[in-house]
Design a protein around this ligand. Structure first.
Ligand code: CMP
Length: 140
């Protein structure tokens, strides 16, 4: 099915100057950028975005990392976009990420893991709406 998913290029990858290389992977993988913005998240924004992880031991480190610098946020559209993006990203922990995936090539650790991608249609809808008004997604 034609889907949309929420993608974030995290502070580590923005600092490495690989936004374009990662966008190129999305495009070569058949995903289209339909919304995009660069943003330095506030603590409240990062905590709200990752609210499902609030009770996890890594929550504070995750929030600290996500507010350590600007991120690039995009909605991606394509056939099976959610699974396709997860395939392009590779495993959450770069040590487990398959060769040629974004995390294998650009991530340093499970925290500084270069990218975030929605994990299911329900979370994709919530996450896209968290960052983008419907008027910011194209074509309108
Ligand atoms: P992300 O897809 O952005 O969703 C939550 C993030 O928490 C995850 O990527 C990792 O960067 C980070 N994280 C840190 N430790 C863990 C862990 N043990 N399990 C899952 N995610 C973790």
């Amino acid at each position: 099915a034609l889907e949309r998913t929420l993608s974030i290029i995290k502070p580590d990858a923005v600092a490495k100057n690989v936004i374009g290389e990662i966008y190129s992977r999305f495009e070569k993988g058949g995903l289209k950028v339909v919304a995009s913005k660069m943003k330095h998240l506030s603590r409240k924004e990062a905590e709200g975005f990752y609210a499902v992880h609030r009770e996890r031991p890594f929550f504070n480190a995750l929030v600290e990392f996500m507010i350590s610098g600007p991120v690039m946020i995009q909605a991606l559209e394509g056939e099976n976009a959610i699974a396709k993006n997860r395939e392009l990203m590779g495993a959450t922990n770069p040590k487990d990420a398959a060769p040629g995936t974004i995390r294998a090539d650009f991530a340093d650790s499970i925290d500084a893991n270069a990218v975030h991608g929605s994990d299911a249609p329900e979370t994709a809808a919530v996450e896209i709406a968290y960052f983008f008004a419907s008027t910011e997604i194209f074509p309108r």
